[in-house]
Design a protein around this ligand. Structure first.
Ligand SMILES: [Zn+2]
Ligand SMILES: [Zn+2]
Length: 367
């Protein structure tokens, strides 16, 4: 079938992206789903820093690639035998889990081994490529490629949700909420009376804030250099919000500190704000050559830990229903992560907004 989507042909084009247009809105061919695959009509897709990292070359992926890894939609066709039926709403998740490898045996701590290999190669889980343009293959982004009106995905890349979960909300569950919220639930695990500090108040950081706020008797502090983001966090009910300099000057210390920026300076800030006995959790994806300076003595003498958390140490099939339940209970205002809704044609300018740090979550809604 013919689909319309946003294809990256060249990595590392200069800013502004509104002018250099790294993403081409193109007509593509999408082959039917194979065994254990699904054709999904995409309803909503979010723009995330990990898309930007492919555009600017910080995460090297094969091109041409149809980007987008945070999306939700409805199953239109199933390939072979699966447990899902046509009409089922699904969250597309960017780390397929086979459930059988050494990584999948770690209860979310480590990524799936074949899932990661497929993501690196730009294929679906079984190595297939269903996208092409004028006869030439186009790679899949993290098994999702959600910046298009339709996608073929592996069954292991989706989690079903009930029809009353709105599509925009469902799309956010796939990356921002799993990553930021999972960092709180799976890696941070704050106890009553503790403080959770979140460094970086973009989509992932704000998802961590909302998840921490869902806990009883946990004090939540947001840290970001941008006043607009601090204001937004205050409007969503955060207990305290300040710049990194203010946090350091005030001697702020938190039992759980989540770094959601992907920059070494932010991680150094997060480590400095971690209380004795506390955990620093890093979920941001910095440049591969990024380095930090830290004092090993501080970790030993103060009994602190530094934890890397990919996708919030999540098992999507386990954790997405937990977040849906929190939303149903009125404790997780996922929709408040949306800062604007855009059309597919506006995607290059929207990448500028994201790179400038102006956006929390920009969502593409498909008609
Ligand atoms: Zn993402
Ligand atoms: Zn696995």
């Amino acid at each position: 079938m013919k689909i319309r989507g946003a294809v990256l042909d060249h990595i590392g084009l200069p800013r502004p992206y509104a002018t250099s247009a790294p993403l081409t809105i193109a007509d593509l061919d999408l082959a039917p789903p194979g065994e254990n695959e699904l054709l999904v009509r995409v309803e909503a897709a979010g723009l995330c820093h990990s898309d930007l990292s492919v555009i600017d070359g910080n995460r090297v992926r094969p091109v041409p690639m149809l980007l987008g890894h945070e999306a939700a939609g409805v199953v239109e066709r199933v390939g072979g035998e699966t447990d899902l039926t046509v009409g089922q709403r699904v969250v597309l998740t960017f780390l397929p889990r086979c459930g059988q490898c050494a990584g999948c045996a770690t209860d979310g701590l480590a990524p799936c081994v074949p899932g990661s290999a497929a993501n690196g190669a730009g294929t679906l889980m079984d190595g297939d490529i269903r996208l092409s343009r004028e006869g030439e293959p186009v790679m899949h982004h993290l098994g999702v490629s959600g910046f298009a009106d339709h996608a073929v995905v592996d069954r292991r890349s989706v989690v079903p949700v009930d029809a009353d979960v709105p599509p925009v909300l469902a799309s956010l569950l796939g990356c921002a909420v799993l990553t930021g919220g999972g960092a709180v639930l799976n890696a941070g695990r704050p106890r009553p009376g503790q403080t959770v500090a979140v460094v970086g108040l973009g989509g992932v950081g704000m998802a961590a804030v909302l998840t921490a706020l869902a806990h009883d008797d946990v004090h939540v502090v947001g840290i970001d250099p941008l006043g607009d983001k601090l204001e937004r966090a205050r409007a969503l009910g955060i207990h305290d919000a300040c710049t990194p300099e203010e946090a350091t000057d005030r001697g702020l210390k938190a039992a759980v500190v989540i770094e959601a920026v992907g920059h070494p300076a932010a991680l150094e800030t997060a480590i400095g704000l971690t209380a004795p006995g506390g955990r620093t959790i890093t979920v941001g994806l910095p440049r591969p050559d990024a380095r930090i300076t830290l004092s090993p003595l501080g970790f030993v003498a103060e009994g602190r830990s530094l934890i890397g958390s990919y996708l919030g140490s999540s098992v999507p099939a386990r954790d997405i229903p937990r977040f849906v339940q929190m939303w149903r209970d009125g404790r997780l205002a996922v929709e408040s992560l949306v800062s604007s809704t855009i059309g597919l044609d506006q995607i290059n300018a929207a990448m500028d907004e994201l790179a400038d740090g102006n956006a929390v979550r920009q969502i593409i809604e498909f008609g």
